[in-house]
Design a protein around this ligand. Structure first.
Ligand code: OGA
Ligand code: MN
Length: 289
């Protein structure tokens, strides 16, 4: 076991896929990172493909013919399994936000993740990490807004746009790049409606982290999103407006029972234009307050 684990850790040194394996979570496990990567588009699981209503439709139609008892409930089973990328306070909130708080693990290939990191690093390195501004929602961070990208990165951002934004949604032309040091974190906040429309989409690079969403009026309703490197998260609608979001500091960085150790994390965040703002007018990114 020790040898196996240290072997895997060696493979994991710089690999997101190996980390997916080690995490033991998610919907696909593999013998090694290479096979996971090679079959990424050829052996696919789409959890939650059916809505509860669709599942019920099929089951009700089949039941009389099959005469077999059905399980008690998909949502409860998902929660009990303790797996996946989204956990919630209760099945109802998980179900309600199924399309509004979305995680797509492995959205970036390792090569794409490297492309973005290499391109951002020199720009970020020129800045200092900032701490404890009087109104700061973010602690231990440096950031930049970027409008000019290499062709390779533009292609990635285009994929984000297609995955996260509707055809009628315009994006802020400046992409927000946030670099959190290992001790850095983002306190609960709702992005200002002055600077951001109804959709927020973020790529995570380098370190896994946990994003927590808490309902601003009913704090007993919450979600946890497990953001591994290379993942894309999307917040829209109610998840964007009615819930605060935060990136947990290392001491509090738990996805359920599991501690998700924080290292340095870079996020690349695309936002839709605030309602009523014509496209092409660059907005300042929200000061996250
Ligand atoms: C923000 C924010 C989340 C992230 O800057 O407003 O919430 O993924 N960032 O870095
Ligand atoms: Mn935010």
């Amino acid at each position: 076991m020790g040898r196996l684990l240290s072997g895997r850790l060696k493979m994991a040194a710089s690999g997101r896929l190996a980390m997916r394996m080690l995490s033991g979570c998610g919907w696909v496990r593999g013998s090694d990172p290479a096979v996971l990567s090679r079959l990424r588009d050829e052996a696919v699981v789409r959890p939650g493909f059916l809505s509860q209503a669709e599942e019920d439709t099929l089951t009700r139609e089949l039941e009389p013919q099959l005469r077999r008892r059905r399980y008690d409930g998909r949502l409860a089973m998902r929660m009990l399994s303790g797996c996946g990328w989204v956990r919630g306070s209760d099945p109802a909130v998980l179900s309600r936000l199924r399309d509004e708080a979305v995680v797509r693990p492995g959205f970036l290939s390792q090569a794409e993740e490297d492309t973005l990191t290499r391109e951002l690093e020199p720009q970020l390195r020129r800045r200092r990490y900032e701490y404890d501004h009087w109104d700061a929602a973010i602690h231990g961070f440096r950031e930049t807004e970027k409008s000019r990208w290499s062709d390779a990165s533009q292609a990635i951002l285009h994929r984000v746009q297609e995955a996260a934004f509707g055809p009628d949604e315009s994006l802020l032309s400046l992409v927000h790049v946030l670099d959190l040091e290992p001790q850095g974190y983002i306190k609960p906040h709702v992005d200002s409606v002055k600077f951001c429309g109804s959709t927020i989409a973020g790529l995570s690079l380098l370190s896994p982290s946990v994003m927590k969403l808490v309902h601003t009026q009913e704090p007993e309703q919450w979600l946890e999103l497990l953001l591994e490197p290379g993942s894309l998260y999307i917040l829209r609608g109610s998840a964007r407006y009615d819930f605060s979001h935060e990136i947990l500091r290392d001491e509090e960085s738990f996805f359920g029972e599991r501690h998700v150790p924080r290292g340095r994390r870079i996020s690349v965040i695309c936002r839709s234009l605030p309602e009523g703002m014509g496209s092409g007018r660059p907005g300042k990114p929200p000061p996250a307050s």
